[in-house]
Design a protein around this ligand. Sequence first.
Ligand code: SAH
Length: 494
Amino acid sequence: MTMMKQALPVNKNDTVTLDIIGLTHEGEGVGRVDGFTLFVQGALPGERVSAKVLKVKKTYGYAKQLELLQASPHRVDAPCPIYKQCGGCQLQHMSYEAQLVWKRQHVIDSLQRIGKLEVQDSNRGDSQLVADGNAAAAGQTSGLRGILVHPTIGMDEPWRYRNKAQVPIGMAMADLDSGAAGSLIGGFYARGSHRIVDMDACLIQHENNDAAVRQVKSIGNRVGISAYDETTGRGILRHVVVRTGFVTGEMMVVLVTSGPRIPRLEDWIAGIREALPQVKSIVQNINKRQTNVIFGDETRTLWGSDVIYDELDGLRFAISARSFYQVNPAQTLRLYQSAVDYAGLTGSENVIDAYCGIGTISLFLARRAGNVYGVEIVPEAIEDAKRNAELNGITNASFEAGPAEVVIPRWRSEGVTPDVIVVDPPRKGCDEQLLDTILKMQPERVVYVSCNPATLARDLQVLEAGGYQTVEVQPVDMFPHTSHVESVCLLVKD
Ligand code: SAH
């Protein structure tokens, strides 16, 4: 007897007509055929498309848009010429206004579906929300139950906003075939792959970073350096990382290589300095491992300073190659402002800043608090944080390197009693051990800065179960034209 495979409503290579009813967190359109879900890159909610089925799994599949039968009023022409190939941006085909509305809705959906949390009238228009927000800021409550999710704070000019470029380097295909030297390429990975799309300009990147990457490719070709090949593990240059301080203009160029040797090092240094006088620091990072993690453990300064400086709201920050520093400075100010507001400081509080990076949020808080304790896992970042406190004459902030989920429980046993805990974890969210410690420490307020609504919702559910109430969430658009959603959230002890 042969087992009958249960028939699915669609098969690979079928052409289907789809009404797009939603957008995934990666920015793909969602459509259904007889209840079967298909994801379509580039299609927007409200659109009707004809699409070819590319791949079918048990409960969902992927389809490629063939024709746009009915366009969304929010559809715009993507300004970037390589938008379709490049995997860097996901939402350039959607108006900026609609992106902001979608990002807020994405936060709401995550809170409701993943966190099982109640959100205040989640279908309100943005203008009503602004009114609610103003009332809340004035200390009035709307009388509605549930979390208030504010409209997303967007940018006035949502282009050229990034201060950091991290560009993988490869060889042009033609050269691989002919074995000819030269022709380095560098750009983003193509959507869903590790094939590099060569790029001369990126519309969300600071122009000077673009210029630095072009210069590195051109010097590389001149001196004949080989690009690292992920599959064989051979070749030298893996990544170029460039940072520009938006306020100071200072630049750092990091060459990530597979080993210590850089051929014709003097030519590199002279070439970079000549083309880009703003460069204050040229650094090499050595990554010998066969991994797609960009940085290895060994960093050395090839020329100039080991850090560059930038400023945020009058505070000065030293930033070294491997330290985290928010990539969108204009929106960082708004993000930090919300975090400081939510901390509700009067000048006497003890505050913990977990996942503090180079101490940026810590120092913003320290200006209004009694004492701030920052903790961060990357030791270089903690060195930067200490230096930054000193640089700004701030004496009420101290820092320790280590995992937040280990260091903070120890602080607890040493008698640290925070009034406020701020957390700003990476995408995977807070460690359970940390959440548990927060619940034991019982601060009046918890401020959660999140770059991933799904893990935010998961963690809020834990804190709510432990006696905290989520009051409000402020989404801030740190990454226009991408599907990334950042938000700041206030919790208070019930
Ligand atoms: N608050 C900072 C940094 C946020 S990014 C800012 O706004 O600039 C998150 C930071 O968490 C990174 O610096 C990362 O190195 C750090 N990190 C990751 N895992 C950690 C852990 N388990 N404990 C402490 N810090 C961690």
